[in-house]
Design a protein. Structure first.
Length: 175
């Protein structure tokens, strides 16, 4: 079913949209709360944004699990049909490139966003953790940058290397 309906890119787009929007809204809400603390209207907005963050981050983190599982299945399906250059983007065996390969980075990001979603939930429920919010936001922004890079490498696999497309399968069979 995953291969037939190409679920990986569908789920990935939800994952990216939910997580990116959640992190950005969290940063905006924090800035509003910090700089407009005297305005009841702005504080009300910051409060609503804070509530929206959980609605975005928790499903986004769960969606990251599905992205990882469908990505693994998709990689198995297309591995033999893609070029060596695409295989390097997907899963490199060499040192630092391995850390930034599409598959390995996807695994790390899944765990990072699960931890961030749990951390953000605890920030809402446990006031003692409030002092860690700036650290949380910094890590969330770094994770967001890594997520966007992850999307870029996925786009390169499909649009530059033709991974999983009919063109890639035809080219591979001609070699």
């Amino acid at each position: 079913m995953i291969a037939k309906y190409h679920l990986h890119p569908i789920i990935d787009h939800f994952t990216i949209a939910l997580l990116a929007t959640g992190v950005i809204i969290d940063v905006v809400g924090y800035i509003i709360a910090l700089f407009f603390s005297k305005s009841p209207t702005m504080q009300s907005l910051a409060e609503r944004l804070r509530g929206a963050v959980l609605i975005l981050l928790v499903p986004g983190a769960l969606s990251a699990i599905l992205s990882r599982l469908t990505g693994e299945r998709e990689a198995e399906r297309v591995w033999e049909t893609i070029s060596p250059a695409a295989q390097q983007i997907l899963l490199s065996d060499s040192g630092s490139a391995r850390l930034l390969s599409h598959a390995v980075l996807g695994t790390y990001l899944m765990y990072v966003f699960l931890v961030l979603a749990a951390w953000r939930t605890l920030l809402e429920t446990w006031t003692r953790l409030k002092q860690t919010q700036v650290v949380y936001l910094g890590i969330a922004m770094i994770a967001l940058c890594a997520l966007l890079y992850q999307g870029k490498t996925g786009g390169e696999l499909v649009y530059t290397q033709g991974a999983g497309t009919t063109h890639a399968q035809t080219t591979s069979q001609q070699d």
